[in-house]
Design a protein around this ligand. Structure first.
Ligand SMILES: [Zn+2]
Length: 86
């Protein structure tokens, strides 16, 4: 006996596509290991030994100096077109 074709509602499709894109964005972002917050653009991220990443607000609560610090940039940073004048 053949199974009926599975149909998908338009709203279900929209929800599935939105969830997929949000999950993709969430995979690429940094989270603070202490407060679990996503740092804002322009905020500093501090990396400590062992690969622990901490936000600017939680960094003073840690002992020791970070191995490296970097500024949080917009997701399109480096993808913009630059005009080069000769
Ligand atoms: Zn934090």
């Amino acid at each position: 006996m053949a199974r009926p074709a599975q149909t998908i509602d338009e709203q279900d499709l929209e929800r599935a596509l939105l969830r997929k894109s949000v999950d993709t964005l969430a995979d690429r972002r940094d989270l603070c290991a202490d407060c679990n917050r996503t740092p804002l653009i322009g905020e500093s991220l501090h990396r400590y030994a062992g690969g622990v990443t901490v936000c600017e607000l939680c960094s003073p609560l840690r002992r020791g100096e970070p191995v490296e610090s970097e500024r949080v940039r917009h997701s399109e940073f480096g993808l913009t077109v630059r005009v080069h004048r000769a």
